[in-house]
Design a protein around this ligand. Structure first.
Ligand code: PMP
Length: 425
């Protein structure tokens, strides 16, 4: 119980408005600056006014505390970008496209630089319309975000709270655990079978508290996918009040007749959302652009909680131009179609196992033997200026993830892997 407080004059700047006025810390440098600060009121606990709350352990409980779950989060570690020695690395650690963005997107980005003093269009209208035109969608049901990361996070914040459960799979994209914990909810993990999401295992872990099932399809970092039949079976097996989030960040790369990113399920069910990104095949990772296709009620909820100007003017312009240049996307798909099987075959020839991938990256498995394992290979490759992605944080300490690069990068990484296998044999 705090002691009775003497009200200070309303004009006293050491008071902040609110139901219980707080005592502000004096400026540490006041004396040095020749500034005379406001006189401190006696702290409510009756101790001397000279105590620095930051240094007094008894005051520690007054420090701001993040909500439960936040400090259980292990912050996301992005793919590395630097190697020792200051050389320009071959960066195959973040599933970025080796072909870069459409030249039309670059031009739109540059042109947008002319009006930076103005706020962006808070509805990202040009971008939503370009997406809607491309896929034949209702633009009102498209919500754009600063990367699909932001949309996944917004969905978690809108639909999860303390006591709720967010369900994802064993080697699922790491962000899901982060957003579930950040929303104060409980992460629940379903085992995979052969590095692939298992519909029955997911359904077996649904409880009355499950609110969202997160499924990356194809999944990062495994590169495996579920057919539309399996996704339909998953949706049909989930209770109606469970939101199914289909994260289709790599959808454009998939060349399988039985794959569908999620448009069909979003169109036909009230409880499925699909997220997509401009960071991968569109080559605009640096701009942070993503989109979600949602049932109307879910779009409405996301629009209420998103930042009013969550996409910048250059992002809106470049994204719309990129979406209108489908020839560039097709060229990127052809590049991937050529190199994904080549890399897979060459790596297998070296005696290393790979997980069959439908995306623009490959999971490469290493033996558990010291000097021949994933960690040793990672060091060896970095010594040659090549960066792959360590995936121990995904429960895959024995593997590295390799992104399809340019022709020269792909040959270089295979040569380096051959040298590693030869040296460590
Ligand atoms: N989902 C998956 C499966 C991903 O791999 C990534 C990027 N690593 C994202 C979502 C987020 O992408 P962005 O925020 O760049 O759109």
């Amino acid at each position: 119980m705090v002691g009775k407080e003497e009200p200070l004059p309303a004009s006293d700047p050491s008071r902040v408005p609110g139901p219980t006025a707080r005592v502000l810390k004096p400026l540490r440098f006041c004396g040095a600056l020749g500034i005379t600060g406001p006189r401190l009121a006696a702290p409510p606990n009756g101790r001397s006014g000279s105590v620095d709350p930051l240094e007094d352990p008894q005051m520690a409980p007054l420090a701001p505390k993040p909500r439960p779950g936040v400090l259980d989060i292990e912050a996301y570690v992005p793919g590395e970008s630097h190697v020792p020695g200051g050389i320009t690395p071959i960066k195959l650690s973040s599933n970025e496209t080796p072909l870069g963005p459409s030249p039309k997107a670059r031009a739109a980005f540059a042109a947008a630089g002319a009006g930076l003093e103005r706020y962006p269009d808070g509805q990202a209208t040009a971008l939503r319309q370009a997406i809607a035109r491309r896929f034949g969608l209702n633009p009102d049901r498209i919500v754009c975000g600063a990367g699909s990361d932001e949309l996944i996070s917004l969905i978690a914040h809108a639909y999860l709270g303390p006591g709720d459960e967010g369900l994802f799979t064993e080697h699922g994209f790491l962000l899901y655990r982060i957003v579930v914990l950040a929303a104060g909810a409980v992460p629940v993990v379903a085992p995979e079978t052969g590095y692939r999401a298992d519909v029955d295992a997911i359904l077996a872990r649904v409880t009355a508290r499950t609110r969202i099932v997160f499924l990356a399809n194809p999944n990062n970092p495994t590169g495996t996918y579920l057919s539309i039949e399996e996704v339909r079976r998953l949706r049909a097996g989930l209770p109606a009040d469970v939101l199914l989030l289909l994260d289709a960040a790599y959808a454009e790369y998939v060349r399988r007749n039985d794959y569908e990113a999620g448009l069909e399920l979003v169109a036909t069910t009230p409880n499925t959302v699909m997220t997509r990104t401009f960071s991968k095949i569109f080559g605009l990772a640096g701009l942070r652009i993503g989109w979600a296709y949602c049932p109307e009620a879910i779009a409405d909820a996301l629009n209420r909680i998103r930042g009013p100007f969550n996409l910048s003017t250059p992002s809106i312009a470049a994204g719309a131009a990129a979406m209108d240049d489908w020839a560039h996307i097709e060229a990127s798909v052809r590049h991937n179609d050529q190199w994904l099987p080549w890399l897979t075959a060459e790596i297998e020839k070296l005696g290393l196992q790979t997980t069959p991938s439908v995306a623009n990256f490959i999971l490469v498995h290493f033996p558990a033997a010291p000097g021949r394992d994933a960690e040793a290979c990672d060091h060896f490759l970095k010594g040659r200026g090549i960066i792959l992605r360590r995936v121990a944080g995904y429960g895959l300490p024995g593997a590295l993830r390799l992104t399809v690069g340019t022709d020269a990068e792909n040959r270089a990484v295979v040569d380096a892997l051959a040298a590693f296998v030869g040296a460590s044999a």
